[in-house]
Design a protein around this ligand. Structure first.
Ligand code: NDP
Length: 385
């Protein structure tokens, strides 16, 4: 029987919810492009419940225990005395979420002698050392598309929040003020701006599609060009690299995976090539941008605003410089873990587990590493050192 080690974020400080603001989440059957949503044989939770936190257990306990397996759920993931490190050596399956990542480093993988499967309940498996997983024959799978639209909506929200100067304006209200000039001295219209995405995969393309009705000029860079009919539909300009894109854009959003090609991509040199007063939105991964270069660019005015929900490490320490830098709209890593998204990635996690225990193949679109190599989605979107 297998031991499944599941690392989830903490419950709300007010306790696990007993009621929710809404009675249901709308059902999605297909994603754009036709991929079907997860289809496990059964679900042991009601979509719309908080399943991403420790007490929610991704709705997996009854299912796993009915098969005789052991499920260990914890949020305690850092350091040699953490529950995660103590439970890891005999775990066969590790489940983790990018929002509260259990970093599966090369050292930890070396200690995890029984590990066969690492599941990302969400999208983005950069918290797993993919080279070590390849060497050890560990399968890495994620729930592709489960929260791509959730993130795309968050990106659009953050672009508007920065350009329109929403967050400081809201603060004047909370503080009892009516300081219109203070609010408007940094507020612009998005209309007619040049907006570009670094990567036009599932999220990047959804961002482009959502921004089109704002009458902006769209740009993108990606390793593979979009189909000509999509470029035409969006009237989007392709750029051969990030440098060419940032020179042309007022707003840049990053939607690429973190891998050796994208790590530290936005350093002092690339930020200096952006238009003065550009906005940068990063909901991809914190390490795609250089932490201190972003602070410098905001302080000098090279960037007019920075927003996103991804940090390094996660959780970010209380003294992380991004908490106090000027003109930012950061949130904790929340964009892909709405209650709507949780319903899909918890169902996808269960589907992957059902496949694993029944000896059925995992959908190729969920695979990042399999059989000692990058596989499925991983083969398309990732690289290794
Ligand atoms: P996809 O795999 O659909 O898209 C990723 C795109 O990035 C692909 O089109 C890929 O190109 C492109 N790409 C890879 N490397 C480069 C590069 N060096 N330069 C330009 N483009 C590149 O993934 P998603 O859109 O679903 O997700 C993207 C990332 O967003 C995830 O990997 C994750 O890190 C992050 N994410 C964040 C979430 C959050 O909650 N904040 C939630 C979900 C995802 P091609 O395949 O054409 O080679």
């Amino acid at each position: 029987m297998a031991k499944i080690l599941c690392v989830l974020y903490d419950d709300p400080v007010t306790g696990y919810p007993t009621s929710y603001p809404r009675d249901e989440v709308p059902r999605v059957d297909h994603y754009p492009g036709g991929q079907t949503v997860p289809s496990p044989e059964k679900l042991d939770f009601v979509p719309g419940q908080l399943v991403g936190s420790v007490s929610g257990e991704l709705g997996l306990r009854a299912f796993l225990e009915s098969l005789g397996h052991t499920l260990v759920v914890t949020s305690d993931k850092e350091g040699p005395d953490s529950v995660f490190e103590r439970e890891l050596p005999d775990a066969e399956i590790v489940i983790s979420q990018p929002f509260w990542p259990a970093y599966l480093t090369a050292e930890r993988i070396a200690k995890a002698e029984n590990l066969r499967l690492a599941i990302t309940a969400g999208i983005g498996s950069d918290h797993v050392d993919l080279s070590s997983a390849i060497e050890r024959g560990i399968t890495v799978a994620e729930v592709t598309y489960s929260n791509s639209i959730s993130v795309a909506e968050h990106v659009v929200m953050m672009i508007l929040a920065l350009v329109r100067n929403y967050i400081p304006s809201h603060k004047w209200v909370l503080d009892g003020g009516w300081n219109i000039a203070d609010c408007s001295a940094r507020a612009y219209d998005l209309e007619a701006m040049d907006v570009g995405t670094v990567a036009a995969g599932r999220i990047g393309l959804a961002v482009l599609r959502r921004l089109k009705p704002f009458d902006v000029k769209l740009h993108y860079t990606d390793r593979h060009r979009l189909a000509p009919e999509i470029e035409k539909e969006l009237n989007a300009t392709w750029h051969p690299d990030a440098e060419s894109l940032v020179r042309a854009c007022d707003v840049v959003t990053i939607n690429a995976p973190l891998h050796p090609e994208t790590e530290n991509l936005f350093d002092d040199a690339l930020l200096a090539k952006m238009k003065r007063g550009a906005y940068l939105i990063n909901t991809a991964r914190g390490r795609i941008v250089n932490r201190d270069a972003v602070v410098r660019a905001l302080e000098s005015g090279q960037l007019a605003g920075y927003a996103g929900d991804v940090w390094y490490p996660q959780p970010a320490p209380a003294d992380h410089p991004w908490r106090g830098m000027p003109h930012h709209g950061m949130t904790p890593h929340t964009s892909g873990t709405t209650l709507s998204a949780q319903a899909r990635y918890a169902a996808g996690t269960r589907e992957i587990l059902e496949c694993y225990f029944q000896g059925r193949p995992i959908r190729p679109e969920y695979l990042i590493v399999d059989g000692g190599a990058l596989a499925g989605t991983g083969q398309h979107s990732y690289s290794t050192r």
